[in-house]
Design a protein around this ligand. Structure first.
Ligand code: IDP
Ligand code: MG
Length: 139
């Protein structure tokens, strides 16, 4: 399994607040290369499927509602040590606890609407990337 890719989404709050450009810039400046990118809105069904891993958690319903509330940007990124470096770049889940200068510190509002997603393992990065990009298209 490759260890140089991660999957991210700019979440509905990041898009609605006008931060697509700023957030992508942080990723690029952080040394990540864009492999694939898509702008779309998830249905509640698809959001529920993506977050099925959190089905038993108390915030699952809220999360599915929120993630299907507006458009997102889904992105596959490439960099050496991608998973760990990207988690460092985005900061803690709760923006109030995210280190200064991280994407969530700069652009997120609260623990639910926290601007970006980041894969937590190589295995999940592959699963999540495949969820949005069945193959890497060339036109
Ligand atoms: P992560 O996004 O930093 O990996 P996870 O624990 O995997 O955090 O949670 C997935 C997503 O669920 C978070 O990014 C956030 O949007 C939402 N979430 C996590 N914890 C809470 C909570 O306590 N209340 C509401 N939403 C939460
Ligand atoms: Mg997670």
């Amino acid at each position: 399994m490759r260890t140089d890719r991660t999957f991210t989404m700019i979440k509905p709050d990041g898009v609605a607040n006008g931060y697509i450009g700023a957030i992508l810039n942080k990723m690029i400046e952080g040394g990540f290369r864009i492999v694939a990118m898509k702008y779309l809105q998830l249905t509640p069904e698809r959001a529920g499927e993506f977050y099925a891993i959190h089905k038993e958690r108390p915030f699952y319903g809220e999360l599915v509602n929120y993630m299907s509330s507006g458009p997102i940007v889904a992105v596959i990124l490439e960099k050496e040590n991608a998973i760990e470096d990207f988690r460092t770049l985005i900061g803690a889940t709760d923006p109030a606890k995210a280190a200064p200068g991280t994407i969530r510190n700069l652009y997120a509002k609260d623990i639910s609407a926290n601007a970006v997603h980041g894969s937590d393992s190589d295995e999940n990065a592959a699963i999540e990337g495949d969820f949005f990009f069945s193959h890497l298209e060339r036109f």
